[in-house]
Design a protein around this ligand. Structure first.
Ligand SMILES: [Zn+2]
Ligand SMILES: [Zn+2]
Length: 171
């Protein structure tokens, strides 16, 4: 799947095309075909709803967690498209691609109609995250239990900061 295909599924392509082909900055246009072809990769992450991946001047992909509610998914997708636009626009004119949520990204996010103040919030993905957490360790001193998605690294000693007790990993 590509950015264009997903955008068409979500009825957002015309909107993105309109914003991207509108003259921004000093009357330059964004390479729309490059934006359209960026691959969409399904992400299994439950702590992050999406991310934009680039290497140098090249876009690599947009990662998206598809367990999001449809409305949240649209916002997350546009948030990442704003990163892609910011990156393509900056590198096209030899500007450095700066802070991920800097003024460049904010301009694109506003034009695309994405909230720039708040981070996306998806109850479905948060529930998925809680469900994936397992009991990974118990404090030998106070008995406190620790839940995480990943097991603790083997061969490392973990100390319970609050009581100073050693954690016993649960297999
Ligand atoms: Zn972001
Ligand atoms: Zn303890």
């Amino acid at each position: 799947m590509t950015v264009k295909q997903l955008a068409e599924t979500l009825s957002l392509w015309q909107h993105i095309e309109g914003v991207a082909s509108a003259t921004l900055g000093e009357g330059y246009q964004l390479p729309l075909d490059v934006l359209a072809r960026i691959p969409i990769v399904r992400s299994r992450a439950t702590r992050r709803l999406g991310s934009y991946v680039s290497k140098g001047t090249q876009p690599v992909c947009i990662r998206l967690q598809f367990a999001q509610e449809p409305e949240v998914l649209k916002q997350t997708f546009l948030h990442e498209v704003a990163h892609a636009c910011d990156h393509l626009f900056s590198t096209q004119f030899c500007r450095s691609y700066r802070r991920p949520h800097g003024p460049g990204w904010q301009g694109w996010a506003q034009a695309l109609g994405v909230a720039t103040q708040s981070v996306g919030h998806s109850p479905s993905v948060e529930a998925l995250h809680r469900k994936r957490q397992k009991l990974v360790a118990v404090c030998q001193h106070c008995g406190a239990k620790f839940y995480r998605v990943r097991r603790l690294s083997k061969g490392r000693r973990y100390i319970h900061q609050r009581c100073g007790g050693l954690l016993r990993p649960v297999e």
